[in-house]
Design a protein around this ligand. Structure first.
Ligand code: OAD
Length: 273
């Protein structure tokens, strides 16, 4: 990994419009399981049951216990999750003027919590809710969202009507749901994400399998527009043929090391103030 790390440091030190493209892998060291790794979320829960609007409705009516265990596990995981050194290194690189955008597929809010300022959440956010009728959105604080998740995971909730009654209300009076992208739904802010990738001098891919489009197309777009691509992943790379540098390692280890060495080369301080 030494030579690859040196090359990545070299590229990042000369960058000022870096874009970091992240997936579930960057939050793995915060205790949030990824989707497709062994033991991952999609190995234990069927996306057709809990990952689509229709599936959620049907599961709630026919097998509410299944949905409750998914919700209970999700809430327990999120309650414990804090930003890890990988998220903090991304924020450090932004403060140094190396990175100017983070495009994330994650809905956990950990990049913002770690201090990143320009975060483009293409699969939405658990901490923003959207009206089921007028589509107005509003932020809802983490503790309230987790309390709602616990209430929905409660044994007493059966059927769609009861679940809807627990959801927060929009100013128009209709219920609001988490503004996350389920399978079959449109991705969010994709024009801003493509613009960030196309305008980047370097794109760092951090912890994604690259399995879900259109987000997975961002590294190719960046490369086509002249960016260097650095892929950080402890497992198989989705961008083997595309990446200029491939670093095999966990983002919680590799990204802080990169940020520290870029700072040493005179790009500001990697310390958090
Ligand atoms: P995946 O579960 O598909 O991939 C996780 C990636 O993270 C894999 O490539 C792992 O090798 C890597 N990984 C595991 N631990 C890591 C670590 N400590 N550091 C760095 N990388 C690590 O997750 P995503 O690529 O995010 O979409 O999946 C994309 C989308 O599929 C998600 O946004 C979600 C899911 O279905 C929706 O829900 C719409």
């Amino acid at each position: 990994m030494g030579g690859d790390l040196d090359r990545a440091v070299e590229i990042l030190t000369g960058a000022s419009r870096g874009c970091v493209f992240t997936g579930a892998g960057i939050s793995a060291e915060s205790g949030i399981p990824t989707f497709r790794d062994p033991g991952g979320i999609w190995e234990r829960f069927d996306p057709a049951e809990v990952g689509t609007p229709e599936g959620l409705r049907t599961t709630l009516e026919r097998d509410p216990g299944r949905l409750r265990s998914f919700l209970a596990e999700t809430v327990a995981t999120l309650e414990r999750a804090e930003p890890n050194p990988g998220h903090r290194a991304v924020a450090d690189l932004e403060r140094m003027g190396v990175v100017d955008a983070v495009v994330t597929q994650n809905v956990d809010g950990l990049h913002t919590q770690a201090g990143s300022r320009r975060v483009i959440e293409v699969h939405g956010s658990l901490y923003r809710f959207r009206c089921l009728v007028c589509r107005e959105t509003r932020s809802i604080e983490r503790s309230r969202v987790l309390a709602l998740g616990r209430a929905l995971a409660d044994d007493g909730v059966r059927g769609v009507a009861q679940a809807l009654a627990l959801l927060p209300r929009c100013a128009c009076g209709a219920p609001m749901r988490p503004d996350v992208v389920l399978f079959g739904e449109a991705v969010q802010s994709m024009d801003r994400a493509f613009a960030a990738a196309q305008g980047a001098d370097v794109l760092v891919v951090a912890g994604t399998s690259g399995a879900v489009y259109p987000a997975a197309a961002l590294p190719r777009e960046a490369k086509r527009s002249g960016a260097a691509v650095i892929d950080v992943n402890p497992g198989e790379s989705a961008y083997g043929g595309l990446a200029d540098v491939r670093i095999e390692g966990k983002t919680g280890v590799v990204l802080p090391e990169l940020a520290r060495r870029v700072a040493e080369r005179g790009r500001g301080s990697a310390g958090r103030g």
